[in-house]
Design a protein around this ligand. Structure first.
Ligand code: MD3
Ligand code: FE
Length: 207
């Protein structure tokens, strides 16, 4: 078994069920303003299995030209909608970083979607942590070290769980092996027409 890197903090059930329902409804408004898009791999153009949108001043996008942060939606050209206040409050409470998050990437996983092992290195600073919020179906998450060949460990991320990745964990390899279909009733309870899983990542892009 492998030790978690320093700077890795799981806050299980950080959000109450009521807070999760409120957040899901706020995300439905975000998606109405900034429709989900299917990112493409740089160079090859191969589509991701995860669909995405963003809120906050900047958003992460990926297409044949590469990965980048930009202030507008890649398809509508409009600015990203504001980050829901509950997310700004969460960051202020737990991030331990002086300055608000600049980007909130919204990853929407259909029940069969996954995300391969990768590092997050598109930001201009790694001094701030990344804060992740899981909603809906439980995910099987994989966390390694800062080298691709380091040993990895697997853990489940359930709806309402929050993960803080600072310190060494900020540059750790990580991915989503699979989503446990039907493990949550959150989205039906919230009355949105989705299934699967949603993950939010709050980040600083600039120092
Ligand atoms: C560990 N998202 O958006 S969240 C991503 O569930 C991403 O959608 C996954 O990886 C998801 O880049 C994992 C947990 C997470 C997020 C960022 C990290 C773990 C991380 C950054 C560094 C190390
Ligand atoms: Fe990532």
């Amino acid at each position: 078994t492998t030790l978690a890197p320093t700077g890795f903090r799981l806050l299980p059930a950080c959000f109450s069920r009521d807070q999760q329902v409120t957040l899901v409804r706020a995300l439905a408004d975000v998606i109405a303003e900034a429709p989900l898009f299917t990112p493409k791999m740089p160079r090859t153009g191969k589509p991701f299995s995860v669909r995405m949108t963003n809120c906050g001043p900047l958003g992460w996008v990926s297409d044949v030209s590469g990965y980048r942060y930009q202030p507008q939606h890649p398809e509508t050209g409009r600015p990203w909608p504001a980050m829901p206040q509950v997310l700004l409050d969460l960051w202020a409470e737990v991030a331990g970083f002086d300055g608000p998050p600049e980007a909130c990437l919204v990853n929407v996983y259909a029940p069969t979607a996954r995300m391969g092992l990768h590092q997050d290195q598109d930001e201009e600073t790694f001094a701030a942590p990344v804060l992740s919020v899981s909603l809906g179906d439980t995910a099987v998450f994989r966390l390694g070290g800062t080298n691709r060949k380091d040993p990895t460990r697997s853990m489940r991320l359930a709806s309402g769980d929050v993960l803080l990745l600072g310190g060494d964990a900020r540059l750790a390899f990580h991915g989503i092996d699979r989503v446990l279909r039907g493990s949550s009733t959150l989205f039906s309870e919230a009355g949105v027409g989705w299934d699967g899983r949603v993950n939010l990542t709050l980040r600083r892009v600039h120092p």
